[in-house]
Unconditional design. Structure first.
Length: 341
């Protein structure tokens, strides 16, 4: 008679729950309160705050894939920007031919073309992510310096391939008609697309937390990170799980590329490299691999950029670096440091 060991069916509920540090969660509301008397006008403050939160949500979506990969796989993928750029260009390849749907005075058509662009971008970025993991990243697992060098090289090659396929010219993107304009809250004008971005960011954040903490797959992934040999001894293939994590991270980057491209309303081949700086600022602030930390860090970056852009435009050029320095002086390991690092 043989027996097969299995993981507990009750999943993460049987594991002791770590206490959540609530102090960093108060930083974004605190920043909002501090900015209010400086701005003076309530309507202007509300407009800037919603704009900052929306920008933060988009940055979170763009950063979430790399957070997932680094937090669970310990891979420093400096080529993450390639997936962002690819997602933006694939979305352009969907939106431009279907400009009739984009311009249509129909919410159904607008939602359909928007969803189609996101799905196409995620599928393309995920497929390229699978190739990237197998060819570029797999030979350098556990070697951070080589990971940085080889993935940066991969991003440069990807950027040149994008130029060869789509051209080096800037491509203008239009937001679907239903997402244009603004909603008036008193004297404050809130852009509709920013509200859409906020909703999508919250959906991604909630989905990641539920997947990692409330599902069997999430339990297996986290267990594989902590003790790979034990999980493999139980009959699970950890490498396949990690490949899935990398593909999911690339797909999220592709989705973020769509949102960022529509936010900027134009894209270039260098869009991924430009966003990479913000991504690593957010991940460092968050604690190098923490999903919650990445979320809070992205909101802080978005709010800081909008507030300083209005109050002190010259300071806005380095406001995010200043924010990162202040947080690291307070918490050198970030807001929610991953314990094993």
């Amino acid at each position: 008679m043989t027996t097969t060991a299995t993981l507990p069916t009750s999943g993460a509920a049987d594991l002791p729950k770590a206490r959540l540090d609530w102090t960093p969660l108060a930083l974004a509301p605190l920043l909002m309160l501090l900015a209010f008397p400086l701005i003076g006008s309530g309507s202007t403050w509300l407009t800037l705050t919603v704009a900052g939160l929306a920008m933060g949500m988009i940055i979170f979506v763009v950063s979430s894939g790399l957070t997932l990969v680094f937090g669970l796989m310990d891979v420093l993928n400096f080529g993450h920007g390639a997936f962002i750029a690819l997602g933006a260009y694939v979305a352009a390849s969907v939106l431009l031919p279907l400009s009739g749907w984009v311009q249509a005075d129909s919410l159904a058509l607008n939602l359909a073309v928007f969803a189609l662009a996101i799905l196409a971008a995620m599928a393309a970025a995920g497929a390229v992510g699978l190739f990237f993991e197998r060819v570029v990243v797999r030979p350098v697992y556990g070697q951070h310096l080589k990971q940085i060098l080889i993935t940066m090289g991969g991003m440069i090659v990807a950027e040149q391939l994008i130029k060869a396929i789509w051209g080096a010219e800037t491509i203008a993107l239009e937001v679907p008609a239903a997402f244009r304009g603004a909603v008036l809250l008193g004297d404050a004008a809130i852009e509709k697309y920013r509200l859409v971005a906020m909703v999508l960011g919250l959906v991604v954040f909630t989905g990641m937390l539920l997947l990692l903490n409330r599902t069997r797959i999430g339990l297996l992934i986290r267990a594989g990170v902590e003790n790979r040999e034990m999980v493999e001894a139980l009959g699970y293939r950890v490498r396949r799980l990690f490949i899935g994590v990398f593909v999911a991270g690339a797909a999220l980057a592709g989705m973020g590329g769509v949102l960022w491209g529509l936010y900027q309303q134009n894209i270039t081949a260098a869009i991924g490299a430009q966003v990479n700086v913000l991504i690593f600022i957010v991940i460092i602030i968050g604690g190098l691999g923490s999903t919650t930390g990445c979320f809070v860090g992205a909101l802080l970056v978005g709010l800081m950029a909008n507030y300083t852009g209005f109050l002190l435009p010259k300071v806005a050029l380095f406001s995010n670096i200043l924010l990162m320095m202040l947080i690291l002086l307070w918490r050198p390991q970030g807001l929610f440091p991953v314990a094993r690092r």
